[in-house]
Design a protein around this ligand. Structure first.
Ligand SMILES: Cc1cc2nc3c(=O)[nH]c(=O)nc-3n(C[C@H](O)[C@H](O)[C@H](O)COP(=O)(O)O)c2cc1C
Ligand SMILES: *[C@@H]1O[C@H](CO)[C@@H](O)[C@H](O)[C@H]1NC(C)=O
Length: 171
């Protein structure tokens, strides 16, 4: 989770992964938006920590997942800031990698960085709402987006067809 707005997307991903019995490891960046956006303070951040199975400090070099040999099926950066996109473009490599980049409009530098991560196989997935699905709430749009993100990891939730992610009530 990075300092882009849209922390709710990350919370929902963690909740859905928990429901699917997927082992989760959470790292939150120290970016100004991550811990201090009005919406991502208190409540939402607490949700993150509650729903992740393992939580690491961003500075924790001893963390198991800091090692390239740590076995993972994939990594999703959600939400992904333009700064982290740029950082990943310049070196970080992982298995399946999905970047839920939250920014608009996109500058030439953003687009270059997106092309740069896509060539070696990462997926850039801006959480652009699917307006045609008839959702009338932000909640429904978030669920649809999260379901599509998880499909990129071959994980299927009920949310693919409806707006329900299928893990019970979020609130
Ligand atoms: C309230 C707030 C909202 C932000 N929203 C976004 C955003 O949606 N997208 C983005 O790329 N950066 C956003 N930023 C800027 C990033 O937080 C900033 O670039 C930061 O350095 C990112 O660092 P990180 O990727 O290590 O978290 C926001 C910043 C603040 C304070
Ligand atoms: C989103 O999914 C959650 C989890 O299944 C569900 O509780 C909630 O009602 C869904 N939202 C909408 C608008 O369907």
């Amino acid at each position: 989770m990075t300092g882009a707005s849209g922390a709710i997307l990350g919370v929902r991903v963690l909740m859905a992964l928990g429901h699917l019995n997927v082992e989760t490891h959470l790292i939150m960046s120290n970016g100004p938006g991550t811990r201090s956006t009005p919406r991502s303070s208190a409540g939402i951040l607490q949700s993150y920590i509650n729903y992740a199975q393992h939580v690491y400090d961003i500075d924790d070099m001893e963390a198991g997942i800091a090692s390239g040999s740590f076995r993972i099926d994939g990594m999703i950066v959600v939400p992904c800031s333009m700064k982290t996109l740029a950082g990943i473009h310049n070196g970080l490599s992982r298995r399946r990698l999905v970047l839920v980049t939250r920014e608009t409009p996109l500058s030439e530098i953003h687009l270059r960085n997106m092309l740069g991560v896509t060539r070696p196989g990462a997926v850039v997935f801006p959480p652009a709402p699917a307006f045609y699905t008839g959702q009338t709430s932000v909640d429904g749009l978030v669920n649809r987006s999260v379901a599509r993100m998880l499909q990129l990891f071959d994980l299927y939730t009920k949310g693919a067809e409806s707006c329900d992610l299928g893990y019970g009530n979020v609130n």
